[in-house]
Design a protein around this ligand. Structure first.
Ligand SMILES: Cc1cc2nc3c(=O)[nH]c(=O)nc-3n(C[C@H](O)[C@H](O)[C@H](O)COP(=O)(O)OP(=O)(O)OC[C@H]3O[C@@H](n4cnc5c(N)ncnc54)[C@H](O)[C@@H]3O)c2cc1C
Length: 348
């Protein structure tokens, strides 16, 4: 949409579009924006005079320092995005006196394999990740206890929030379960746009390959007792014994998980695959008024400075985070962009 429709229209309207530049400073006199400073690689920097700037840098999900300092989670948050949301826009605004607001809110998107060596998007369509994180199989925490009805995997936001409430999460699978998921039908068919995926063909081989790679996020054992020792999860044996009773009676007395997700863990080898929370973007960081003007520490607008999209999206969240309406965040990016442009039309 941007390339084919919006860009030609903007150019027709007289806009000059430059790419590959990084804005590294906003210049102000008194209380108003006067220019921006741009850098492109080793080229001569540019200064562009303006009395209106819209910040739309997409938040700070790829800024490890900001994520560490502004979020309370013990579990790593693995970005599933472009890698370019480094918090630059927020920092530019803070440097000219903008108020920090709603930092720490993240649009989580369920579980992913805790592989810190690969970008998390690589696991989006991966059969092991689908089995471990998205099919409602048994999840235990760092003590070996269940903590949620694992069918919560059906909802990306809720699943992400459940995962980050624990220090560590392991998905527990056995050989019979792998064989069943391989043969299909899987309890939760996935839809990646090319028709529904109803079985995870090759899953057994993929898990065996991953286990043979000795990666820290996968553990294998012949018995649950041995697995509990490896993971240092003292309650695991008790949890699995109780869970197996639920599977045999097809009723989850502890969390009420629907019976279609209850796969008995009857036959080794057993596998524990460690999960982390995936994330699409951060939400908020700057405080804006109804016209999307950025507010300073006193709650007053910084003249000429506006923010939209993820940088300003703190307006979408209150005391709790509930992104259950599809498109909430992307919708706000479109709405706020248009709204900010309307607000500055008289200024430029
Ligand atoms: C995989 C994925 C799935 C998603 N699914 C949904 C969904 O289902 N529903 C929903 O509502 N939202 C979803 N989102 C979130 C939604 O896409 C974002 O909220 C939206 O794109 C934010 O737009 P933005 O303009 O704020 O930021 P972005 O689209 O990230 O754009 C910011 C731009 O600023 C650039 N930039 C950063 N720093 C600088 C700098 N210093 N100088 C110049 N340029 C800079 C970046 O390169 C980037 O191009 C999803 C996101 C991802 C990654």
């Amino acid at each position: 949409m941007i390339q084919q429709i919006l860009l030609p229209l903007a150019k027709q309207g007289g806009a000059e579009v430059v790419t590959g530049y990084s804005v590294d400073r906003l210049n102000m006199t008194k209380d108003a924006i006067t220019s921006i400073h741009l850098q492109k690689g080793r080229q001569q920097p540019h200064t562009i005079s303006t009395n209106a700037v819209i910040i739309a840098s997409g938040g700070y999900l790829n800024n490890e320092w900001m994520i560490d300092h502004h979020t309370p989670f013990q579990m790593p948050i693995l970005p599933i995005n472009s890698g370019h949301n480094t918090g630059d826009g927020l920092q530019l605004a803070y440097d000219v006196g903008a108020q920090k607001s709603k930092l720490g809110v993240i649009m989580l998107c369920g579980g992913t394999i805790k592989d810190l060596s690969q970008p998390a998007y690589k696991y989006r369509d991966d059969s092991v990740c689908i089995a471990a994180a998205k099919q409602g199989m048994l999840w235990v925490n760092e003590r070996g206890n269940r903590f949620v009805d694992e069918s919560i995997a059906e909802n990306l936001s809720l699943a992400g929030n459940a995962l980050v409430s624990q220090n560590r999460v392991f998905s527990i699978l056995d050989q019979t379960t792998l064989n069943q998921l391989s043969a299909g039908p899987i309890p939760r068919p996935m839809n990646f746009g090319a028709g529904a995926l109803t079985q995870l063909s090759g899953l057994t081989d993929e898990v065996a390959k991953m286990a043979a790679s000795n990666q820290p996020y996968i553990h294998t054992a012949e018995s649950i007792t041995e697995l509990a020792e490896q993971l240092d999860t003292p309650k695991l044996v008790e949890t699995v014994t109780r869970y197996r009773q639920f599977c045999q009676h097809q009723a989850d007395d502890d969390f009420g998980k629907p019976a279609k997700y209850l796969y008995d863990l009857s036959k080794g080898p057993y596998y524990a695959i460690e999960l982390a929370a995936g994330a699409f973007c951060t939400v908020g960081g700057l405080k804006v008024d109804r016209g999307n003007a950025v507010l300073n520490h006193k709650g007053q607008p910084i003249s000429g400075l506006y923010a939209v999209g993820n940088d300003a999206a703190g307006v979408l969240v209150g005391d709790t985070y509930g992104f259950n309406v599809p498109g909430t965040e992307a919708g706000y990016a479109v709405y706020s962009g248009r709204h900010a442009v309307d607000s500055i039309a008289d200024l430029i």
